[in-house]
Design a protein around this ligand. Structure first.
Ligand code: URA
Length: 240
């Protein structure tokens, strides 16, 4: 260790020793450390905003609660639950609609053709998929990729909301109309929502087109690029 640091360390140790001796002279024989935050139980859904006696859930706890989910009929035909993947400390979370065939087979979100396009979009933003967190509103594949039914959405959305509460990202990007309309609880079409900042539970939300839509309508990539630029600016602002 360089002399300079060695001297600083010796001084710090001497200061701490002096402080402890002072406390001892005052009759203080133990120093309360306060409750260990990790020892608090995770908040239940109904106490999430108000209670300080509980802590935010972890993604692992939410996944464990989802278990071998049978909460709706989609469970009967699925191969895998697609919970979500990526960086649990990510500042950017991407939310899609529901797993397709490839995702259902692998248990991972956005691993098919739309996923490859999504990875290219992330690349131009300066991210790999491991840097961000990617998930869907629905965790199980609807047959023939049909739109999810109201009861399927009602069963699954609480898990997405718990994931977002655990992640607390700086920005959420919703991909396609279903994710935007469900998370923002609005019937507005994606053409009107995209490109405009929204808010969900205090988190900035940028709705944009779904990569599967871009595969069918490559001209819309221009608009997605505009949306992505806004997201990059916002994330950079969070850096300062
Ligand atoms: N489309 C989605 O919305 N999500 C996926 O995971 C794959 C395709």
């Amino acid at each position: 260790m360089p002399d300079k640091y060695h001297k600083e360390l010796q001084e710090t140790v001497a200061q701490v020793r002096g402080l402890l001796e002072d406390l001892l002279q005052l009759g203080v024989v133990e120093v309360p450390m306060g409750p260990d935050p990790a020892a608090r139980p995770p908040c239940r859904l109904d106490e999430r905003d108000s209670s300080t006696n509980c802590r935010a859930e972890t993604l692992e706890e939410i996944r464990a609660d989802l278990g071998n989910c049978q909460r709706c009929a989609l469970s009967k035909r699925r191969n895998h639950i697609v919970f979500g993947t990526g960086n649990a400390s990510a500042r950017l979370v991407l939310v899609g609609e529901a797993p397709g065939r490839d995702e259902d087979q692998q248990g991972l979100p956005f691993v098919g053709e739309a996923g490859r396009l999504l990875e290219r979009i992330l690349f131009v933003m300066g991210f790999n998929r491991e840097d961000v967190y990617i998930c869907n509103v629905q965790k199980c594949r609807p047959p023939k990729n049909r739109d999810p039914l109201a009861e399927e959405i009602a069963a699954c959305v609480p898990f997405l909301k718990r994931q977002l509460a655990a992640l607390q990202p700086q920005v959420i990007v919703t991909l396609g109309s279903f994710a935007a309309q469900t998370l923002l609880d609005t019937p507005q079409p994606i053409s009107g929502l995209r490109g405009h900042w929204q808010s969900y539970a205090g988190i900035a939300v940028m709705p944009t087109y779904h990569p599967a839509f871009l595969l069918r309508n490559p001209a819309a990539k221009r608009e997605v690029w505009e949306d992505v630029k806004q997201v990059m600016t916002r994330l950079r602002q969070g850096d300062s």
